[in-house]
Design a protein around this ligand. Sequence first.
Ligand SMILES: *Cc1c(COP(=O)(O)O)cnc(C)c1O
Length: 436
Amino acid sequence: MKLNGTMRVNEKGHLEIGGCDSLDLAREFGTPLYVLDEMCFRESCRDYYHSFTQSYGAEVIYAGKTLLNLAVCRMVEEEGLGLDVVSGGELFTALKAGFPAERIYFHGNNKSYAELAMALEAEVGFFMVDNLCELELLNSLAEKAGKKATVILRVTPGIEAHTHSYIRTGQIDSKFGLVIENGQAMAAVKRALELKKIDFKGLHCHIGSQIFELESYSHTVEVMMAFANKVFEETGCHVKVLDLGGGLGVYYVEGDQPRPVKDYAAVTMKAVLEKAAEYNFPAPKIIVEPGRSISGPAGTTLYTVGAIKDIPGIRKYLAVDGGMGDNPRLALYQARYEACLAGKVKQQPSELVSVAGKCCESGDMLIWDIELPSAETGDILAVSCTGAYNYSMAMNYNRLPRPAMVLVRGGGAELITRRESYEDLVSHDLIPERLR
Ligand SMILES: *Cc1c(COP(=O)(O)O)cnc(C)c1O
């Protein structure tokens, strides 16, 4: 297993994160347990802030959908980043944490009336408008509220990136954004410019996730800057803000080769400046929205190994006390992970096993085929790079309470999300009179 952030192997041969022995963490807080490495999270924020903001004056906004709770909001705020939220719930979390509203960007392809009203009331910095329905609704709600909404329109540039490849799809079939190719994006820009309570500021796109190919970003810039030029030609309006989304890839398993953030910034900004010079208009303010590359490597999940089932000649299963409930990514999209036995890190791998969860689904697996030292019931298994899209996607299937999260740093561990209790699970249930 690759050691992320402050991870190291201590004198006892145990995995240590943020100066805390992971076996002690498991004992003190129970398992499954999400462990968030504060310095790793903050270092990634700083890397982005330095590479984009200090070097080029670009804005970095953290994609909250990857991992969000009150403490995470506080760290993001302290590190000087903005925050991308996609729902009333995420917005509420940010506001509750005291995150400055003007640094909040409100995303989502189907924001409700109530969510838009809530965001107007809170005076969030930007509405990332996905479609015409939303544009009209936002305008009328802003009118009612006596406010003006600052808007960035989400468009689809027809580039789709996945890991090591990207394709120019001219893809029109997406639930997100307004299509450039068929004229819908331009029509929306023109409508935004007409609407009295909409302050049109610029364009947004997001081409995919877990991207290693930096060229997919420079090509996206080319498409977006060409469209920005067309907007200027047809409307006389400059695109002042260009948001290029997130998507930078991280290391999960062997073969993944993440690109340095500073290279990502250099490639992107070079393309922006070149195109601005070519079209002879002022370079727009650039925004990037990293999620996984900030939260992913900072998270590790600790599990306790329970039942071990060897099917001779077929497969050996290690079942752990969590699974798809706290990490649905393998079930959702065959995601791959590395892991180690946290108390046996110095031992050589000796057997090929698969790690199963405890849910009533055959698809409830965490890892297919991994070499580990000989495991026994009671061992602690650490799965790395679970910071993104784990806690935020967790669910209560089989009425499993969702795990706790601890923030570790310098040998100290603090609970930042309590473990759900059985009482929590029934706390929203009601029994009608006639069933009592
Ligand atoms: C998911 C998403 C992000 C973050 O993507 P990562 O791959 O986690 O960096 C940023 N912007 C938008 C619009 C997204 O949907």
